[in-house]
Unconditional design. Structure first.
Lengths: 108, 112
């Protein structure tokens, strides 16, 4: 069983839409959680950390559900520039585990 | 340097040759990761270092792949007898404790 699982997509949404990604993790002792963004032919970069109480950064909202062992990322009012691959990342305290990513394309 | 540095940025090699890829992590980062990413695919975990030991090398695809790390600094990933299926971008990341992982820009390997 993989440590982190994501739906690879692709998600194709119109501009202005709201889109949500979920990610599940297998290690209940996982301590830290992150969402990364990877643009085409670039390295992944941190988008936002995910806190237990949930957190928001502009149009982006991240949530953690420890009981069900999943994290989510909600993007409101999608922009063309949001087109990228979004990777969820889980830190067990010993090691980071990256999901394989969910591809998002925002269509004009 | 301020970030994770990988070299070379691009490498073209003939099938059957050995290649060495280098990663210079951010100074002080104890954890170092190697990933492989084929064109249009997700990240594929290869190996994880904590200091100079490798507690998880479960992702190395075959015995042609090996990696080492000197102390808490440079790591090299070696691929022996390269095959065309080894063509990919090889990404290195480093982190400290539970803080975010930073990636290098990768080495694009092409085996011809």
């Amino acid at each position: 069983r993989k440590e982190v699982e994501q739906d690879p997509g692709p998600f194709n949404v119109p501009e202005g839409a709201t889109v949500a990604f979920n990610c599940t993790y297998s290690n209940s002792a996982s301590q830290s959680f992150f969402w990364y963004r990877q643009d085409c032919r670039k390295e992944p970069k941190l988008l936002m950390s995910v806190y237990s109480s949930g957190n928001e950064d502009g149009r982006f909202t991240a949530q953690l559900n420890r009981a069900s062992q999943y994290i989510s990322l909600l993007i409101r009012d999608s922009k063309l520039s949001d087109s990228a691959t979004y990777l969820c990342v889980v830190d067990t305290g010993n090691q980071f585990y990256f999901g394989t990513g969910t591809s998002l394309t925002v269509i004009p | 340097g301020a970030g994770v540095s990988q070299s070379p940025s691009n490498k073209v090699t003939e099938k059957g040759k050995d290649v060495e890829l280098r990663c210079d992590p951010i100074s002080g980062h104890t954890a170092l990761y190697w990933y492989r990413q084929r064109l249009g695919q997700g990240l594929e975990f290869l190996i994880y270092f904590q200091g100079n030991s490798a507690p998880d090398k479960s992702g190395l695809p075959s015995d042609r792949f090996s990696a080492e790390r000197t102390g808490e600094s440079v790591s090299t990933l070696t691929i022996q007898r390269t095959q065309q299926e080894d063509s990919a971008v090889y990404l290195c990341a480093s982190s400290w404790l539970n803080t975010e992982a930073f990636f290098g820009q990768g080495t694009r390997l092409t085996v011809v």
